[in-house]
Design a protein around this ligand. Structure first.
Ligand SMILES: NC(=O)c1ccc[n+]([C@@H]2O[C@H](COP(=O)([O-])OP(=O)(O)OC[C@H]3O[C@@H](n4cnc5c(N)ncnc54)[C@H](O)[C@@H]3O)[C@@H](O)[C@H]2O)c1
Length: 281
């Protein structure tokens, strides 16, 4: 028996990283997956986003985990495109039980007054506007099932505390927590629960790339993943537990719990998956 047997979940940013991990973990527990990813880079972001090959690989991994998938290339900033993808996926599988608004991006490390306007726009459009588009596209289908459901918004520790030099990202992730709280009240009478997950640094391509290594370790000429993982590197000292990173599957296990009936009376919660990062703020 799987913890999500018979359920259908919509996930954004599904091609790699945490989104892929959520899809595979939920498929292992019996869910079928509707998913989208931009599968292209966005200017002026300083690192590569997922590719169509990544999306194909996720499809194979979902099926290997025992799930069925309906995956498509789409941009969460495109409200009509998101709505169409969800509607087509629901027509394919016949229902929707949960949504994981996971797609997100980050950019330049600079103080708030120095972040270029185009970077403010891209980061807030994806990390906040994209979540709004995702919720507005998905919730009507959950509601139409009349069985209740679960809305999981991916925020960050930056959704409840400042992460200096990322004011655009921090503001967008705080907005996601505010949105979650309103939705939890508005959708509660229909037994649709709404929560955020708030990870600290996760071992995913968002932070494992040459640009991010240089941001975290400017004192090194050619910093690497190995440098980032050192106990005295940039990440581990920020956590209370002795680890530099949260693994994507650790976030997936929290998302899985929130999507399952085990969490049937949990709503309105901003759940840290952070190895104690927030304790040390
Ligand atoms: N990695 C971390 O340290 C960390 C920590 C806390 C929260 N988060 C959040 O977790 C979520 C997942 O990030 P990740 O760590 O897996 O990073 P990632 O870069 O590996 O994955 C993000 C995915 O979203 C996709 N995407 C980006 N913009 C999109 C758009 N406009 N439309 C559709 N898809 C888009 C990318 O192609 C990629 O597949 C994000 O919301 C991120 O902000 C990440």
């Amino acid at each position: 028996m799987g913890r999500l047997d018979g359920k259908v979940v919509f996930i954004t940013g599904v091609a790699r990283g945490q989104g892929r991990s959520h899809a595979v973990r939920m498929a292992e527990e019996g869910a079928d997956i509707i998913g989208i990813d931009i599968c292209a880079n966005i200017e002026p972001l300083p690192y590569d986003l997922a590719t169509e090959q990544d999306l194909d690989d996720t499809r194979v991994m979902i099926e290997a985990a025992g799930g069925k998938s309906f995956l498509r290339k789409a941009d969460v900033r495109d409200r009509a495109g998101v709505a169409e993808a969800v509607a087509d996926g629901v027509a394919h599988f016949g229902r929707l039980d949960a949504v994981v608004a996971n797609a997100g991006v980050i950019s330049v490390a600079a103080t708030a007054l120095d972040i270029p306007a185009d970077e403010w726009k891209v980061v807030t459009d994806v990390c906040y506007g994209g979540v709004v588009n995702t919720v507005r596209a998905a919730v009507p289908h959950i509601r139409a099932g009349g069985r209740g459901g679960s809305v999981i918004l991916v925020s960050s520790v930056g959704g409840v505390a400042p992460i200096p030099t990322t004011a655009h990202y921090t503001a967008a992730k705080h907005a996601v927590v505010g949105l979650m709280r309103n939705l939890a009240v508005e959708l509660g009478p229909e037994s649709i629960r709404v929560n955020t997950v708030n990870p600290s640094t996760v071992d995913s391509p968002m932070v494992q790339n040459p640009w991010a290594w240089k941001v975290f370790m400017p004192h090194l000429e050619n910093p690497t993943a190995e440098d980032a993982a050192k106990p005295d590197g940039p990440h581990q000292p920020l956590n209370a537990l002795p680890t530099p990173f949260i693994d994507p599957v650790d976030v997936s296990n929290a998302v899985l719990f929130l999507a399952s009936d085990e969490a049937r009376f949990i709503t309105g919660v901003a759940l840290p998956v952070d190895a104690g990062w927030l304790l040390k703020k």
